[in-house]
Design a protein around this ligand. Structure first.
Ligand SMILES: [Zn+2]
Length: 375
């Protein structure tokens, strides 16, 4: 096993409110392990058995060897442990897991937040890994920085609150710096995600996959959504880690079979092409949008991200919106091109989240469930 350079740091400890998803009985990592009490119980019972075996060896008499041992307690413990073992096993096989890997605090909410909330509410384990601190993000309103030292601290807190709103099992934070948009000085910072050796990143992500054992993984598309270098690097990293763990699992053939499905977040570019045509009529320039006017929708509308899965999130829009609002330093009510749409069209645009199926190869159908076929 390859050592992980930086141990995962769950943010759950910093949450203001306990997470109340159906998976709240898991430990901090969201993975079920025997409790310390169960482990102590097993150890004590094994000691009793060893003592008995030694006494038998010494006395050659069952009756003498067994004298004075608390047999009723031992029998009760074995009965309970067996029952708990079956319980844990059945929960492990019954409960499916989704891992979402995203670049910045807010990508999990502004992106496929509805799907994260939906699967958490449906009883799946949903773990989210955020690769950077988001320190290069621009601030919607400077008042959000008044009580904190840095934007990274603000965004860490916002991420914790968004996790509560989405109801996910856990959030994990990787120790990298936001690389900023293309061709900015932030790209060159030695701690930037973009500057990390890709082999080390792949090994780190693979270790998370081994530990969290997802059936389904979701991450950014190969164009990085709107071309963000961190999104692109993460897509490459997660894709490589996905196949690494799958091939390991097939070689070893025991326990975790490896992740079964890999999805990229997708955008129906037919809709975007229409929006690009519509924007000049509203007095908006589609080649320079966003707070920093550094997003070119005309260019982005040419990046094909085919839709192989469309997840209805209508019942979970309130959770997605609450999680988005939790990212108050970044929140502006949604991208400009969505805000210019009439509300009834905007709603239709928002009630489905789209994904490209990177593995297994798509079969022509548009899935309505990311877990379809996952065993
Ligand atoms: Zn991002």
């Amino acid at each position: 096993m390859v050592a992980v350079k930086n141990d995962p740091r769950p943010l759950l400890a910093s949450l203001d409110t306990p997470i109340t998803s159906p998976c709240e009985k898991t430990n901090g990592a969201g993975v079920r392990f025997p409790s310390q009490r169960q482990t102590a119980c097993v150890s004590q019972s094994v000691i009793y058995l060893l003592v008995t075996a030694l006494r038998i060896a010494d006395n050659s008499s069952w009756r003498a060897a067994c004298t004075g041992l608390p047999w009723r307690m031992i029998a009760a413990r074995f009965f309970l442990l067996t029952a708990m073992g079956y319980g844990v096993d059945s929960m492990m096989t019954r409960q499916q897991t989704l891992v979402g890997v995203f670049a910045h605090p807010d990508d999990e909410s502004f992106g496929p937040g509805g799907s994260m909330a939906r699967y958490a509410a449906e009883g799946k384990q949903v773990h989210i890994i955020i690769a950077t601190d988001g320190i290069a993000g621009s601030v919607e309103d400077p008042k959000h920085l008044i009580t904190h030292d840095t934007l990274a601290q603000v965004r860490s807190r916002e991420l914790s609150n968004a996790a509560v709103a989405l109801g996910v099992t856990s959030i994990w934070s990787l120790p990298y710096r936001d690389s900023g948009m293309r061709n900015t000085p932030e790209n060159l910072h030695p701690a930037a995600l973009f500057q990390q050796p890709i082999d080390a990143l792949v090994q780190q992500l693979a270790e998370y996959i081994r530990r969290l054992q997802p059936g389904v993984i979701v991450t950014h598309d190969p164009f990085g959504g709107y071309g963000h270098p961190d999104h692109i690097r993460l897509c490459e990293t997660v894709t490589a880690a996905f196949h690494l763990v799958r091939s390991e699992a097939q070689r070893n053939g025991n326990g975790y079979p490896g992740p079964q499905k890999l999805y990229y977040t997708a955008f129906d570019k037919r809709v975007l092409k229409l929006i690009v045509k519509f924007m000049p009529l509203m007095g908006k320039d589609p080649t320079a949008i966003g707070r920093n006017k550094d997003i070119n929708l005309v260019e982005i509308s040419g990046w094909e991200t085919p839709v192989h899965a469309e997840i209805n999130i209508e019942p979970y829009l309130p959770q997605k919106e609450a999680a988005s609002r939790a990212h108050a330093s970044q929140y502006s009510g949604g991208p400009t091109f969505v805000r210019v749409l009439p509300s009834f069209i905007r709603r239709q645009f928002l009630i489905n989240e789209s994904f490209t199926r990177a593995y297994p190869a798509p079969n022509g159908a548009v899935e309505k469930d990311l877990f379809a076929g996952v065993v």
